[in-house]
Design a protein around this ligand. Structure first.
Ligand code: ADP
Ligand code: MG
Length: 682
């Protein structure tokens, strides 16, 4: 019996009430409590404000210079403000929800204040206030997430008790050679160091060990899953006609780029192998993923199977259906389009033809994974823009047919950091080269007040026969911010401005599929020269004559999304432009606009996006599917992540990992996660 798995009530000072609150925080066992690590530390060493960055935390000592003002707002919320003279600085201090401090603070009182420094407002938002001269009993104190009537102080005490009683039971889980190789401290010392550090160095060393452990465990899980998936999911080893495939590639209207050749090779060799393909294809907008997909689909048909291509929107499905039809029909392949607008008799006939194998390649939206859709023998499934599909949809897709090979395509360049975590169980192919002859899009950042000049510039482009997109942020029902430019207003304004000279189309999410299609067709036939739209045009739409894009309120978009949008222009031989209209208030906001003007490299932008906004925002919070680490940070600890990934791969592939006793803790961890039984991670 493992003592650490006993319930928290065994710890001194923890009764039923406290245990209930802890339970609400997901802390049930002693080990849960011991592993409830601080999320930051209060640093009590005094510093000169001169050297403190904006928003950094700091401790200062000084004397109170103005009588504290206490004000209440809301039910129990209060704000206490006063001025403190520290060194040459007279600063403001704010304490939220600590009204009791007021009676202790008078003009002239010496205090030491710990909190967050706002350089612009010359204000510290305080968290700790010591009355009297600063004494450095402790340099550091851990700060924990807490709940209900458990305060941070309580939590420190509870964890202290837990340690006294049970600290010795903490067992090592990493093998000695890894500890030696990276000079990592033992597990019990690291956990202790996180909770009771004597110095900053202690925290650093402890953290280093925990971060490595977290990443290694995670990567082991991913790699084990990948191994199990490979072994259990034998594919069919597609025997396609290499001659026909090469022939097909020869007849394309352009030679493949080297990057395209390479990924085609990777995909075909997966399809040939007896293992099931589970591959992610990344390629920036315009890098030519569609052709690569088409080659794969063609190959599977020559091997006697059917292929499917799934995309997130109807417009995109139609565009793809058209271009695939053009490439494949002349080779004698039958393609078909299935969306939710294919109804009634037509739908029944289509499904029938699909089930008996008369249709070779089916293109569609998520309508394609519904139960009623049955393939005769599905060999290859490709999804475009895969991150827009939920995890569940991905799973259903994988289970269609007899273990088809699966290729996920995405134009969102996923930062390596994320790719190797989120998609750790997949193989990754990257198209890192654009077809020759493309001109780089020129991007400018302008304030909204410069719109007049931009419209004049746009008019010149239009007079030369080019077209233009004008993008407005989507207006959510729930979020009626007046500051947002309404797509309707912008449409009305431009219609008025260019009246009698150019036509302005309007596209937004409230239009039905037919209306959207009509608008899109008008624009692609150049019947409208300007298209005002929300972000529905984001994905895949191809109008090479469009050379200009204006994006309203650009600061509201993520960098990756801006880059995706920008990818709608620059698709033809003419020079293209992207104008970002934005009045960002923050430094980060300004930096984001600036970097957009500096690079066209989607990978650079995605890394930057991740750094500036964090991974949660990257995929959208809801379905991010990102692993959560207690201590490790995928962005900042990215090097460790890579190291852990390599180590995990070596371990999983080695015989000794599965046999030697020093790996027992890691093996039993994998046992607990269920991956060894082939349980799916998603
Ligand atoms: P994406 O990767 O964004 O899906 P597409 O497949 O839509 O890119 O390709 C963008 C455009 O580039 C298309 O018009 C396509 O025909 C063209 N294209 C693709 N590959 C090449 C190539 N090797 N040489 C020239 N043009 C290409
Ligand atoms: Mg595409």
């Amino acid at each position: 019996m493992n003592e650490l798995l006993e319930p928290v009530v065994s710890i001194k000072g923890i009764g039923v009430e406290t245990a209930t609150t802890l339970h609400e925080m997901g802390i049930d066992t002693i080990s849960d409590l011991l592993e409830h690590l601080p999320y930051r530390y209060e640093d009590y060493r005094l510093r000169d404000l001169e050297t403190v960055e904006h928003e950094e935390r700091v401790t200062i000592e000084g004397t109170i210079h103005s009588a504290p003002l206490l004000s209440y707002y809301g039910k129990k919320k209060s704000r206490l403000t006063f001025k403190v003279l520290t060194g040459r600085y007279l600063i403001n201090v704010i304490f939220f929800n600590q009204p009791y401090l007021k009676s202790k603070l008078e003009i002239g009182t010496t205090v030491s204040i710990t909190g967050k420094w706002d350089r612009h407002r010359q204000t510290i938002t305080g968290s700790v206030c010591h009355i009297g001269t600063h004494s450095l009993e402790k340099e550091f104190e851990p700060v924990y997430s807490v709940r209900g009537n458990i305060s941070v102080k309580n939590m420190r005490r509870l964890i202290g008790n837990a340690f006294t009683q049970y600290g010795d039971f903490i067992e090592e889980n990493l093998p000695p050679q890894l500890l030696t190789r990276y000079k990592l401290m033992p597990r019990n010392e690291a956990i202790k160091g996180m909770h009771f550090p004597a110095s900053e160095r202690d925290v650093k060393q402890a953290r280093r060990r925990i971060v490595y452990e977290e990443f290694l465990l995670f990567q082991l899980k991913m790699q084990a899953l990948r191994k199990v998936q490979r072994e259990q999911s034998m594919g069919m080893g597609q025997i396609f006609s290499e001659n026909k495939v090469n022939d097909f590639i020869q007849t394309l209207p352009f030679p493949l780029t080297n990057a395209q050749k390479r990924v085609v090779e990777e995909i075909l060799s997966d399809m040939k192998s007896p293992y099931r393909m589970n591959r992610l294809l990344q390629g920036d907008v315009g890098s030519g993923k569609t052709v690569v997909a088409t080659i794969g689909l063609f190959a599977t048909v020559t091997a006697g199977f059917q292929g499917a291509l799934m995309v997130p929107t109807e417009i995109l499905a139609e565009q793809h259906a058209e271009s695939l039809h053009a490439m494949l029909e002349t080779k004698g392949l039958k393609t078909a389009l299935l969306t939710s607008s294919v109804k009634g008799k037509k739908r029944r006939e289509l499904l029938q033809a699909l089930a008996v194998g008369e249709i070779d390649v089916l293109i569609g939206t998520h309508a394609l994974i519904q139960d009623e859709v049955n393939f005769h023998n599905l060999g290859l499934v490709i999804t475009d823009e895969q991150h827009r599909f939920g995890v569940e949809q991905r799973r259903v897709l994988r289970e269609k047919g007899q273990h088809p090979d699966v290729l996920f395509m995405t134009a969102t360049p996923i930062p390596r950091t994320l790719a190797i975590t989120v998609f750790g169980e997949m193989d990754v192919s990257i198209i890192d080269e654009l077809p020759a002859g493309r001109k780089a899009i020129e991007t400018y950042w302008a304030k909204h007040q410069m719109l007049d000049r931009i419209l004049v510039f746009m008019e010149k482009e239009l007079h030369q026969g080019r077209q233009s997109y004008v993008i407005c942020p989507l207006i959510e029902e729930s979020e009626k911010l007046d500051s947002l430019q309404n797509v309707l207003d912008v449409h009305a304004m431009l219609t008025n401005y260019y009246a009698g000279r150019f036509n302005v189309g309007l596209m937004h999410g409230r239009l039905n599929a037919d209306e959207k299609e009509e608008v899109m067709k008008q624009f692609s036939r150049n019947e409208a020269q300007i298209l005002v739209s929300t972000t529905v045009v984001e994905v895949g739409v191809n109008v090479p004559n469009a050379t200009m894009m204006i994006i309203y309120d650009a600061e509201r978009f993520g960098l990756s999304q801006l880059h995706q949008l920008r990818g709608r222009v620059g698709r033809g031989s003419h020079q293209s432009y992207c104008i970002l209209l934005a009045d960002p208030k923050t430094e980060v906001g300004k930096e984001r606009m600036k970097i957009m003007t500096e690079t066209n490299d989607g990978f650079v932008l995605s890394e930057k996006d991740l750094e500036l906004r964090g991974p949660g925002d990257f995929f959208g919070k809801k379905q991010s599917g990102l692993p959560e680490f207690k201590v490790a940070d995928m962005v900042h600890d990215y090097r460790t992540l890579e190291v852990a990934r390599e180590d995990a791969a070596k371990l999983i592939a080695s015989k000794s990992f599965w046999e030697m006793p020093e790996y027992q803790p890691l093996r039993s961890y994998l046992g607990h996660t269920g991956v060894l039984e082939g349980e799916k991670l998603d």
